[in-house]
Design a protein around this ligand. Structure first.
Ligand SMILES: [Zn+2]
Length: 391
């Protein structure tokens, strides 16, 4: 019996992050300057919107070191594009990108790129011909994730976004062991024009992709020169940034093998946490990010749709359930002991934290010592953060 309690004690989280640490990380001179640069880019119509996978190894701001990025992450970049219309239609953007990921060390052995957990779940559910599930994250995957292949998923996500904007929309993936963003397909003029390495409709033909690309361990790739300037710049930044990043972090590849962020950020802000919390979120594999779409009237956020709250909670089940049962540092989310839940009003964050804490599947994570922090964020600046006391 004594051995058992020791074992449980050893595996408890020791959360390092406090409201003060996060508030300080958001209030440095460097962050204020970054947010100013971001707001200026927005005014000039120079932002790039990134609809990427929530994975901590896939955050565009951490892969590019670029300040003019806004993000709306979801698992497998699969969230309903209609619910983020305010982002895709906003005049502050020069273009958009969907960003999936895979693990390069798995590429040659399988039919298509693997390594994203949500796509892995999709593959397993499809293999078992499961159409419905009571498991929250499986319910989300079954309803939202189109394909088990991130190349196909990002193609579909970009196509959906292109229906909502005349701005260029790029589908892209990255090998999270390399961090280099590979452009695969470009939609222009609301999808009326498509630039692809082959007839783009063949993205829907697994046999074509397998025989022409995956069989040889390749990903379909556009030439970077084929992209409009704002998107080209992001990819050039990515190549330069990752080259320096890998020099500064010689253990980079090993550090990316297992997803093990310290923090989950669930936010209604589209200013990426990597730009807002310097020293906490601006490094790969530190933060799993999920975006919560809001309802806005006039200029004010007036709340959140119940269906969005349900969809976002179902996605949260993925990191939380892994973190609750992770037994050692080789298990995904072993260190994921803090969830920051932030909206534009503390009272909303508190209400959402209450609803979340009522989910049965949160209990094992709380029992391991997981903590929820609630925050109020406006235009990228955090006004308040406090610890949520579970009732
Ligand atoms: Zn992923």
């Amino acid at each position: 019996m004594a051995e058992l309690s020791n074992h449980i004690e050893l595996n408890r989280f020791t959360p390092r992050l406090t409201p003060d640490i996060l508030l300080e990380a958001n209030s440095s001179r460097a962050v204020i300057d970054t947010i100013d640069t971001y707001q200026e880019a927005k005014l000039l119509g120079l932002l790039i919107g990134v609809d990427g996978c929530a994975d901590a190894r896939n955050q565009a701001e951490d892969l590019t070191g670029t300040f003019n990025i806004a993000t709306n992450p979801s698992i497998a970049a699969s969230y309903s594009k209609d619910r983020f219309q305010y982002l895709f239609k906003h005049k502050g953007f020069a273009g958009h990108m969907t960003l999936g990921h895979y693990s390069g060390n798995l590429l040659a052995e399988y039919l298509f790129p693997k390594g994203c957990g949500a796509h892995g779940a999709k593959e397993q559910l499809d293999a078992k011909n499961i159409k419905e599930s009571d498991v929250p994250v499986h319910d989300y995957v079954l309803n939202r994730v189109v394909s088990a292949d991130p190349v196909v998923q990002t193609y579909h996500s970009a196509k959906e976004i292109a229906k909502l904007t005349k701005k260029p929309v790029l589908a892209a993936v990255q090998d999270h062991l390399q961090g280099i963003i590979i452009p695969t397909c470009l939609f222009l003029d609301g999808g009326e024009s498509v630039v692809a390495p082959f007839d783009h409709q063949l993205f829907d033909d697994p046999k074509y992709l397998l025989e022409n690309f995956y069989k040889n361990g390749k990903i379909p790739e556009l030439d970077i020169d084929q992209l409009p300037l704002p998107l080209q710049e992001i990819l050039v930044n990515n190549r330069q940034f990752m080259s320096n990043y890998k020099k500064d972090n010689p253990d980079f590849k090993n550090s990316q093998l297992v997803q093990n962020p310290e923090l989950i950020v669930l936010s209604s802000s589209i200013v990426p946490p990597g730009l807002r919390y310097l020293g906490v979120c601006n490094k790969l594999n530190t933060t799993f990010n999920l975006s919560l779409p809001f309802v806005k009237e006039e200029k004010n956020i007036v709340g959140f749709k119940a269906s969005d709250i349900c969809d976002v909670f179902n996605q949260l089940h993925y990191p939380i359930s892994h973190a609750a049962t992770a037994a050692g540092s080789n298990d995904p989310f072993y260190n994921t002991g803090t969830l920051l839940l932030e909206t534009s009003y503390l009272k909303y964050s508190k209400q959402l934290a209450y609803l979340l804490s009522m989910q049965e599947w949160m209990t094992p994570w709380f029992n391991r010592g997981g903590q929820i922090l609630i925050g109020e964020v406006k235009s990228g600046r955090t006004k308040m953060i406090e610890k949520y006391l579970v009732v």
